[in-house]
Design a protein around this ligand. Sequence first.
Ligand code: ADP
Length: 604
Amino acid sequence: MKEMLTWRQVLAQQWYLTKFCFKKAPGVMAFHLFESIKLQVSIFMEFTWTVNYVLTVAEEGGDFKKILWCMGILMAAIAFSTVTFAIYKHYVFPRGKQVLYQALRMEIYEKAKDIDLSCYDDKDFYETFILATEETDRCMDRYLVFEESVIARLVGVLCSVFYCAYINPAALLVLIVILPLELLCVVQENKKTVAARMERVTHEQKREYGNRVFYLSDYAGELRLYPQMKDKCRTDYANANNQIESVNKKYGKQLFAYGLFHDVLLSRVVKEGAVWTVLLYQMLVLGVVSGAQLITSRNCVLRISANVKIIVGGLRSMAENAAYVYRIREFLQMESTIVSNRNDVVPEGSGSLSVEHVDFGYLADKQVLKDVTLTVEPGQKIALVGYNGSGKTTLVKLLLRLYDPLSGRICYHGKDIRDYQVMDYRRSIGSVFQDFKIYAATLKENVLMDVEAGSRDENYEVEKALYDAHFTLEDNRLSYQVETPLTTEFEKDGVNLSGGEAQKVAIARTLYRKQDMIIMDEPSSALDPLAEYRLNQELNEIARDKTVIFISHRLSTVRDADCIYMMEKGRIVEAGTHDQLLRANGKYAAMWRIQAGLYADTGV
Ligand code: ADP
């Protein structure tokens, strides 16, 4: 984690998680806290209070029946406690943990699904988002351990401190001297462990990358064709492992030295020696403590010291956890900027669309669109052309309100699109992107997307949309027709579509919706030139009465457009019909001449 939080911030994160957990699963949390505290109290009762009571009664030559009663009550309490613990451990806790994991994951998912697309361009956001999704379960685990290791142990410490102060306060003096030294060691050990982890991070990332390269099928084919790259990856992978090994070795020696000093010398020899010396002196020389008090106060002192060390470790991991929780909350608090100004509903029917002096950039210092102005009248067919990176897709994203312009405005039906309800506006425009996705769902669901199932005679209409998009349903692989599952992610008999087939499904989505305006960004780039030509003829026919904006890098498909806009470096540099632009003999004409040569062989 990059940032260090103040203790105030750490406590704020802890408080947030406490409220979250108690709100989502109050019963589980109460049970968890009860069991954690009960465990510490019962350890105290069994090994401190009862030992003192039994030995005192024995020393005073007391009634054996009293001891029997005491042991009987203790056994009954332990038996009862074991039953409730078993219920908690095997039934309540595992389920409760899942409820808490799920609750936090769902909050993150809900946020992620509506967050502005622009957030994904921001590296910091992306890191926060990835971290939020990856760390939710671990954050929850660390929080639940905190309750056991800090709150419950604190109760255990208090029981021992008060009891020891009551029976033999002098025994606590040993702790006052030795405990700070032990804690110093614990803190140093923790620092070394964190330092080792930090040093391993980069190498672990490289090792993780190596794992992906060698296990994912995406890389397998290429690696077999390029042995040098394979060797490089293997060397990097081996180096990463060696680096991790050497970090472990370096810190391993230091941690061993600390362990030897702390666990063996300080805790075993010095602390135990000092405790025994003080207590035996009190008993044998001063005669101020009994045998029972000696044993009991020794137990108290050792338990206090062990628990305090665990609490310090718990507080350290609480601080570490808080840094993750902080990032998760940062993510959850992100506000969408793509919102509606007035919540207006988009009017029915086709309307004109105008882009007025629009400037835009993904990053503050790099403008991608500059003073773009164009108008699309209802029913017109508009083409955006230009070389890669000239800003065509970006303009389309602005038209769909996935981003907002930095200046200028876009109007639909004569009104700024920022006034319309965001989803209503987006739904009013059909779109096919180059990077569309096929989902692990049935073919029908892949066409319907967000259209509610059962709202229309959908099988017939889905089939028609697929047919219009030139998708062949007669294919043998589609055993369940439109109900055939796509992708083999979850279904053994799922079907993986080719790039061209997938693109036709993406087009069918738009045809099914029957919107008045359609935007297509390279809708047929995965098809061969002949199939593309035929599909475009078909699309022209289907979309005869619709407004269509399309991007295509093959100029032969745009020549019938009512107006072609040629873009270069984010600006519209030429506009007109195909013939006008050829006559003007500018950039479009030059591009056309190059492509005419390229596609001459295809007969298109
Ligand atoms: P075209 O569709 O004409 O190929 P794009 O609109 O995709 O062009 O890209 C225009 C410019 O914007 C390019 O320089 C590209 O690198 C940049 N760009 C596109 N998407 C992003 C993004 N998400 N973040 C930052 N820059 C981007």
